[in-house]
Ligand binder design. Structure first.
Ligand code: ADE
Length: 223
């Protein structure tokens, strides 16, 4: 898979791309991630990418031209173009599984007060990562990239996906896990996890997953 991220702040991605699972996925050639500064596509003599809104109002609005030209120069036949915006559909694990099936994604990060609405004419999906407003789409684009890359075959052990919270097959929260020591400040690891009986452990985990979901996210059980 290839992911092109269009941003005005490439430096925000340095840490994200150089650590942990994402770094390893790139090294193992499971994914190619390109950070593209769309300012480089501006036709303005001063490389301007934004201007004041028609009709008045505060802040600056991203112009369509640099983003349009960047998308057109990168887009291939099977590319999905995604705009990160608070007024998009709210992202979830099911969407991550859907996006994982694509060979090429282009993620467009807005910034400042927003972008010219006509940008939506060249996108396949507008995605929001939740009902709150960030200063730009950079963190949302990292969230999409992170959730999708960890689902690509061979990036992490695929057996662990089934126990992920929100796995579309179960739609439950993950069960609680413990490690050494067996007791810490009076808090003990549940006995059932220490007895080596795999059937009992499985039953216990399913029960805990269900109980946790019922308590914290009953809406998931309704779905
Ligand atoms: N840009 C600013 N806020 C956002 C959000 N909640 N989701 C996606 N992109 C955004």
């Amino acid at each position: 898979m290839r992911i092109d991220i269009l941003t005005l702040f490439p430096e925000m991605f340095e840490g994200f791309l150089s650590c942990s699972i994402i770094k390893r996925a790139i090294e193992k050639k499971k994914v190619e991630i390109n950070i593209v500064n769309f300012r480089n596509y501006s036709k303005d003599p001063h490389n301007k990418v934004d201007d004041t809104p028609y009709g008045g109002g505060c802040g600056m609005v991203l112009m369509i031209q640099p983003i349009y030209d960047a998308v057109m120069s990168l887009k291939k036949e099977n590319t999905k173009v995604i705009l990160l915006t608070p007024d998009g559909m709210v992202y979830n694990q099911k969407k991550a599984y859907e996006l994982k099936e694509n060979k090429h994604l282009i993620l467009i990060c807005g910034h400042y007060e927003g972008f010219d609405e006509r940008i939506k004419s060249i996108v396949d999906y507008s995605i929001s990562i939740g009902d709150y407003v960030l200063t730009g789409g950079e963190i949302p684009s990292m969230i999409i990239t992170d959730t999708v890359v960890r689902l690509i075959d061979g990036v992490i052990d695929s057996n662990s996906h089934i126990k992920d919270s929100f796995n579309p097959k179960t739609n439950l929260l993950d069960y609680p896990t413990y490690t050494k020591p067996r007791e810490f400040m009076g808090m003990k690891v549940p006995e059932v996890l220490l007895n080596g009986n795999h059937k009992e452990i499985e039953e216990y985990r399913t029960k805990e997953s269900l109980e946790k979901t019922r308590k914290i996210r009953p809406d998931l059980l309704e779905k």
